[in-house]
Design a protein around this ligand. Structure first.
Ligand code: ZN
Length: 343
């Protein structure tokens, strides 16, 4: 099959088009013909190389996939058959351990992310266990279906499960122009929270407002901490939603009110941050880490997409052959929402 692969770590230039073997389909696996695959910042981390996560070369990126079932293994349950239109769950787990069986499959010791620990969707076909197949709602396009899983699942886990954001609380969503940020704005709005969103351009702020942000702040031109304080009558926010890391860390902590929760799922500007412990204990702050989310919650998210209560936010669609350009776009943070590749 045709795929975009890399054979060594490095910049976008290591991505190349190649003919590779079609993935093996095990007894409980489903082979999906990829109709669209969406990029995530994770793709760039994996391409650059994560020291603790060795990949086998040639490696195929792509965590978010929508497509059509091409072939099923002999032990795949009835109800999943060739021709079915599907969304692929990006997290693969054993489905037998205590974590998996209690709805915490993203805490499974064998957890793998499509495109990171195993080959993903920058290809004609991808093979996944049948537990990873969700029916695609008819009213979603391929591009929308592929854009949804990873960012909406990540943002859902951060706000619903970890920070337990409540109606009436105020949340600061950092970098609302990113995929996960635009998902965070929508979920916070759906939960009934007051949403303050930051972004680096006025155009992105307008789009954040369209998604449901009550207040927006341009972090390039404004003192965003002072602006958050002003908007909250000096109190600060109950929850900060962060995935920026070093560049926003100190300000994010200062924006929290007493008893506030900071939830983070990433660090696109740097992993090493400091903390004055007096802030943590005197102000009774909670720092919450978060990564991915459960398979059950993705099914819920797909229902909300079908009902039009959440939507995929797509910046642009490019042919798979332009994967390099797509990576450059994402690195330059030039986009609002998802960049999608189609065959
Ligand atoms: Zn497990």
């Amino acid at each position: 099959m045709r795929a975009i692969v890399f054979r060594r770590h490095g910049g976008p230039e290591v991505l190349e088009e190649a003919e590779v073997a079609t993935p093996h389909v095990g007894a409980k696996d489903v082979l999906v013909r990829v109709k669209a695959t969406a990029l995530n910042h994770l793709d760039i981390w994996v391409r650059n190389g994560i020291p603790t996560i060795p990949v086998e070369f040639p490696h195929i990126l792509g965590s978010d996939v929508a497509g059509v079932v091409e072939q099923v293994g002999p032990e795949v349950p009835a109800g999943i058959a060739a021709g079915m239109e599907v969304i692929v769950q990006p997290g693969v787990s054993c489905m037998r351990c205590a974590a998996c069986l209690s709805g915490q499959d993203h805490a499974c010791r064998q957890y793998q992310i499509l495109g990171e620990h195993r080959n993903g969707g920058y290809a004609e076909f991808v093979s996944v266990p049948h537990h990873n197949i969700v029916a695609k709602p008819k009213n979603l396009s391929w591009e929308e279906a592929a854009s949804a899983p990873l960012v909406l699942l990540t943002a859902w886990e951060m706000l619903v499960r970890r920070a337990q954001l409540l109606a009436g609380e105020t949340v600061l969503i950092q970098a609302a122009g990113s995929g996960v940020g635009s998902a965070g704005v929508q979920i916070a709005r759906l939960l009934g929270a007051q949403v303050i969103a930051t972004a680096g351009s006025d155009e992105k702020l307008e789009r954040a407002k369209e998604l449901g942000a009550d207040h927006v702040i341009n972090y390039e031109t404004a003192d965003w901490v002072a602006e958050v304080k002003r908007l909250t009558g000096k109190a600060g926010v109950e929850v900060v939603f962060d995935h920026v890391g070093d560049k926003t860390w100190d300000g994010s902590l200062r924006c929290l009110r007493s008893g506030g929760r900071l939830v983070t799922c990433g660090a696109t500007t740097g992993f090493q941050v400091g903390i004055d412990l007096r802030h943590l204990f005197y102000r009774r702050l909670s720092l919450l880490g978060s990564t991915m989310g459960s398979k059950g919650d993705l099914i819920r998210i797909v229902q909300l997409l079908e009902q039009g209560k959440l939507r995929a936010v797509i910046d642009r669609v490019l042919p798979l052959s332009q994967a390099r350009q797509a990576h450059e776009l994402l690195s330059n943070r030039a986009q609002f929402g998802k960049v999608v590749l189609v065959p």
